[in-house]
Design a protein around this ligand. Structure first.
Ligand SMILES: [Zn+2]
Length: 410
């Protein structure tokens, strides 16, 4: 069985390593220290890079933290009652969903633009109190990374294909394997629901989703029903899972190098080779911060988020977060080691995540088509390669996810 770390252990690690503040906050409301904010910023940046690569022409939209109650009531009119989960400030309330603002913006632009893609990175508040863990399950959820789209109905399938590719690649780049799960949990809210299924310990978790919003939202905003409103994204839970998954695979509580802007603290005994070494490092694209060696260098690395400590003296001494120390006489051997190590640590995390997911899925899916299936099911898992129905032999591209259909999981 693949190793699983307790969620509270990761929380404790994040507090002790000065990522989150460890006291002075209410249950479930994390306060980030600068290290935490650096990582969150870089995490968001990774997603915006993935968006650019996928050619989705998005506009960044800045949300307000307070929104008017009227807007919120309009958003969910005839859809759901979330009034028990919001906090009021006079006629306003603390933002608990960027949708109230993004749908307004889509309405404003959809007729002239034909298509609107809005990226929001926000912090939202839900007045819940049970089982809170910073970054994992919070009152204050941060970051919430959301792509809200207004597109032509006939573009829905093409757009869905691009979104699946975008999210799959993004998760792979942070060491997490996901499968897509179609379900029908919130039919009033969404016409189509696709969740990003991953493993959590010996169970499953949904790390994010793509919703085709129900036409009731079109009605509430006076947007023609020819427009598909698509809402997709993920939250800090994805960041938390990336850290947890890496820590499990690496056997040490640690921030993964792929979530860190500067990977190396490069410390020089003297500056004679500084330019030469920095030039060679720049060619590899591996990021670093360099400084002259002093007696606090090593400790400052330990306190930082950087993954490697490299001391340049007669040769090169490299320290890794798991306590391993390596010596290299030759710069090119060092660079080769770094490139391989960065690639391998990402692959290992991804493999770890993938194995856990496969292992948890054992006995939980059936390769049976819907015509042949009798009984309840939670949803359908999109297969990565087509299979045959075990009963009628027809080709299938979805497997039945037989997890208890009444028990929603988080
Ligand atoms: Zn069949």
């Amino acid at each position: 069985m693949a190793k699983s770390l307790d969620n509270n252990e990761i929380k404790k690690y994040l507090e002790q390593s000065k990522f989150l503040i460890s006291d002075g906050y209410g249950p479930g409301i994390p306060i980030f220290l600068s290290k935490g904010i650096h990582v969150v910023d870089f995490f968001n940046q990774l997603f915006t890079c993935a968006l650019l690569e996928s050619n989705i022409n998005y506009k960044k939209f800045n949300c307000q933290q307070l929104i008017s109650k009227t807007d919120f009531e309009n958003l969910y009119s005839h859809i759901n009652d979330y009034s028990g989960e919001v906090l009021s400030f006079g006629d306003n309330m603390l933002m608990s969903d960027p949708l109230a603002q993004t749908l307004k913006e889509i309405k404003k632009n959809i007729e002239t633009n034909g298509e609107v893609n809005l990226l929001t990175i926000s912090s939202i508040f839900r007045n819940k109190s049970r089982g809170l863990i910073p970054l994992f399950k919070d009152r204050n959820i941060f970051p919430v990374v959301q792509l809200d789209q207004g597109i032509n109905d006939y573009d829905f399938e093409n757009n869905l294909t691009s979104l699946k590719k975008l999210y799959y690649n993004f998760y792979e780049s942070i060491g997490i394997k996901i499968l897509f799960l179609e379900a029908k949990e919130v039919p009033e809210y969404a016409e189509y629901e696709l969740y990003f299924l991953s493993s959590l310990d010996n169970n499953f978790t949904k790390l994010g989703m793509i919703y085709k919003l129900s036409k009731k939202f079109n009605l509430n905003y006076g947007i023609t029903s020819q427009v598909s409103l698509v809402n997709s994204g993920f939250s800090g839970k994805t960041l938390f899972m990336s850290i947890k998954n890496f820590s499990e695979a690496y056997n040490k509580n640690c921030l993964p190098p792929y979530l860190i802007a500067s990977k190396i603290l490069l410390v020089f005994d003297d500056l004679s080779r500084k330019d030469e070494i920095e030039d060679e490092l720049d060619k590899t694209g591996i990021t670093y911060v360099s400084q002259l060696h002093n007696k606090k260098s090593f400790q400052s690395w330990k306190d930082s988020e950087m993954f490697y400590f490299i001391l340049v003296h007669k040769f090169f001494t490299l320290h890794e977060r798991n306590g391993q120390v390596y010596e290299f006489d030759n710069l090119y051997e060092l660079l080769k080691y770094l490139e391989n190590n960065l690639r391998d640590s990402l692959n290992q995390s991804f493999m770890h995540s993938s194995e856990k997911l496969q292992c948890n899925l054992e006995g939980k899916t059936k390769n049976v088509c819907l015509n042949c299936w009798r009984g309840d099911y939670y949803g359908l898992i999109l297969l990565e390669a087509p299979k045959q129905c075990e009963r009628c032999g027809r080709d299938i591209d979805r497997a039945i996810f037989t997890e208890n259909s009444n028990k929603r999981f988080y």
